[in-house]
Design a protein around this ligand. Structure first.
Ligand SMILES: Cc1cc2nc3c(=O)[nH]c(=O)nc-3n(C[C@H](O)[C@H](O)[C@H](O)COP(=O)(O)O)c2cc1C
Length: 354
């Protein structure tokens, strides 16, 4: 496990250790999408993680899907995130902002503008979603025109610029978990007949264009992407060509020299081995529900340079110190994952040193 505590170079930064906080939506932002008052404290408490990846943050108004998620498309958002970045940096940490466009995973009741969600095609995910009045079915989204797809690429670029203005060390494109980028990958969500639909090359195009646009704007060494190849969440079915789409996508992304690729493992170990071969840069690996005794194994074996953990970091602000000391951990409370204020957010105790 000790290799986890060694420094590592990621993009233009040297991280204090090889542990990352995975991105986690907490739905505690202000109504206009400015991070909540406690966000700076929450992230600063976790700054001993080598890297913090922030909660999914919408690059545009239409990118919002859930209630009370933060944005990075207005001056108020920049000012709010500036407090977060400054607080993390004051504690010696690094943070990449996750840019998340929810695409069709959106309900009009959850956004200030109440518009219909937008997506590659007008196909509903056939799943309910939490809204202010409880669980509701997600309506059919509006298909983006080709010009709007290009505008969305540009929205990501502008959001990345604003993230850097706010003091973030970089951005991570959310290409995982059935949101907009992954909706383009999946024939079950993308039946377009323009250059963004059809072949695996066309379905991968949006992700590649977003990565290129952001890299050109803020530097490839501050640009990263998260993928969850093969997920079947919320009506996503990448079909039999799915693994080939990822082989093509990752080979293309590798040419850009990005800061890192963040894989949320879905269990296909043959594909993971291929990804490791195709990806020459830094790989961050998140294995959902990883048992404690396995922590450090992927860094030790050289499969990944960094390991990311979500819920354990949510519940343990001093996760690194606990691992070093082989100390017990706080268990996360699912009831306070989304919404609310300090309870289950900034009040998880650090270890009491005797
Ligand atoms: C409350 C919560 C919110 C999450 N929000 C996001 C998100 O905004 N973006 C994302 O890529 N993954 C998100 N995830 C997934 C986590 O980053 C992570 O991949 C997942 O929790 C599995 O890892 P773990 O077992 O270490 O928690 C979220 C998970 C949780 C528990």
């Amino acid at each position: 496990m000790s290799k986890l505590f060694e420094t590592v170079r990621v993009g233009r930064y040297t991280l204090a250790n090889r542990l990352a906080m995975g991105p986690m939506t907490r739905s505690r932002a202000q109504f206009d999408g400015t991070p909540g008052e406690l966000a700076a404290e929450y992230y600063a408490q976790r700054a001993s993680m080598g890297l913090i990846v922030t909660e999914g943050t919408q690059p545009s108004e239409d990118g919002q899907g859930y209630m009370a998620t933060p944005g990075i498309h207005s001056d108020a958002h920049v000012a709010g995130w500036r407090k977060v970045a400054d607080a993390v940096h004051a504690k010696g940490g690094h943070l990449f902002m996750q840019l998340m466009h929810a695409g069709r995973m959106s309900h009009p009741d959850n956004t200030p503008h109440h518009r219909q969600g937008v997506a590659p095609s007008a196909i509903a995910p056939k799943t309910p979603m939490f809204t202010p009045s409880g669980m509701q079915d997600i309506p059919v989204p509006r298909a983006l025109s080709t010009a709007e797809v290009r505008q969305t690429v540009d929205d990501f670029r502008m959001a990345a610029r604003r993230a850097i203005q706010a003091g973030a060390d970089g951005v991570e494109i959310h290409g995982a978990n059935a949101y907009l980028v992954q909706q383009f990958f999946a024939p079950s969500a993308n039946t377009r007949d323009d250059e963004y639909g059809g072949s695996i090359y066309n379905r991968a195009r949006f992700a590649i264009e977003v990565a290129k646009a952001i890299a050109a704007e803020i530097g490839a060494d501050r640009t990263a992407i998260r993928l969850s190849p093969g997920t079947t969440l919320w009506g996503i079915d990448e079909g039999p060509e799915g693994p080939d789409l990822y082989r093509h996508l990752i080979a293309e992304l590798d040419k850009l020299g990005l800061a890192y690729l963040h894989i949320m493992d879905q269990g296909d170990q043959a594909l993971l081995a291929d990804i490791r071969k195709l990806w020459k840069g830094t790989l961050i690996l998140n294995r959902p529900g990883r048992p404690r005794e396995q922590i450090g194994a992927d860094v030790a074996s050289g499969l990944a340079e960094v390991e990311a953990y979500g819920q354990m970091v949510l519940a343990n602000p001093d996760f690194v110190a606990r691992l070093k000391a082989n100390a017990p951990v706080n268990e996360p409370d699912r009831n306070t994952y989304f919404g609310g204020s300090a309870a289950g957010y900034t009040d998880y105790p650090a270890m009491a040193w005797k």
